[in-house]
Ligand binder design. Structure first.
Ligand code: PEP
Length: 255
């Protein structure tokens, strides 16, 4: 089954509103022509509204980088799925390793957020991945399967089908050291088998699994043409429209 590629740019805690608008305009101009793939940008919270306006009537979709699971409440400093929906977001990144590592995000929180996002008709981009220590100890698959199982625990098959999983080996994030296409493919195929076991083959076949970790124009095509890699979650290289657009156009770069 041909899955529609999804390439997302995570701008993290970078860019002013003016800088975000400039980048959004360039991404819109360079990436809107690709009708056979999804292109998503995740600006910082402070720029979401402005970027949403800038991307109005374009094919580029909008993601937030995090959320709370509650629809509203006394949670100072947090933002809810309802509010993100109101802002025009279509996707929300959850469980990014930086949130797990620096802000104590747990599997249980990820599970609640993923459940809530589906309740609010938002697509979760669920990040999972092992640290270098865990890989070297031979624990990659047990780490990834524990994280995945928790994230999908409260979902029906149909909800899982429309979720996006991002396999991001922590040792490859922001380090310039990407997983080889073979290393990434091996884990992606295993993730798909886990989803088939938890739900069924048709769900596993439909779920899109992005690779993330130092994706650049130079390595994108090789990674994104692996059979179980359906797109990329891009950090550093998404901050320049030229490199992001070259990743989005991985198929054309091959030609
Ligand atoms: C990320 O933060 O999700 C990421 C993959 O970052 P980078 O592309 O910079 O490694």
């Amino acid at each position: 089954m041909a899955r529609r590629p999804i390439i997302a740019g995570n701008w993290k805690m970078h860019l002013s509103i003016a800088e975000s608008l400039a980048l959004a305009s360039e991404v819109r101009d360079r990436c809107s022509r690709f009708r056979d793939r999804d292109v998503v940008v995740a600006p910082p919270l402070t720029s979401l509204y402005a970027v949403k306006e800038r991307l109005a009537d374009s094919r580029i979709q909008l993601a937030a980088q995090n959320c709370h699971w509650a629809a509203q409440g006394a949670y100072t400093g947090e933002v809810s799925p309802t509010q993100l929906k109101d802002l025009g977001c279509t996707h929300v990144i959850v469980g990014h390793s930086e949130r797990r590592q620096y802000f104590g995000e747990t599997d249980e929180w990820v599970s609640r957020k993923v459940r809530s996002l589906h309740d609010h008709d938002l697509v979760p981009i669920i990040c999972i991945g092992e640290t270098l220590e865990q890989r070297e100890a031979g624990d990659t698959m047990s780490v990834v399967s524990t994280q995945l199982e928790a994230a999908l625990a409260a979902l029906s098959g149909d909800e899982a089908r429309t979720s996006v999983v991002a396999y991001e080996p922590v040792w490859a994030i922001g380090t310039g050291r990407n997983a080889t296409p073979a290393q990434a493919q091996e884990v992606h195929a295993a993730i798909r088998r886990l989803i088939a076991k938890r739900f069924d083959a048709s769900v596993a076949d439909a779920v899109r699994i992005q690779y993330g970790g130092s994706v650049k124009p130079e390595n994108a095509a090789e990674l994104l043409t692996q059979p179980d890699i359906d797109g990329a979650l891009v950090g550093g290289a998404s901050l320049k429209s030229d490199s992001f657009a070259r990743i989005v156009s991985f198929r054309e770069e091959l030609a």
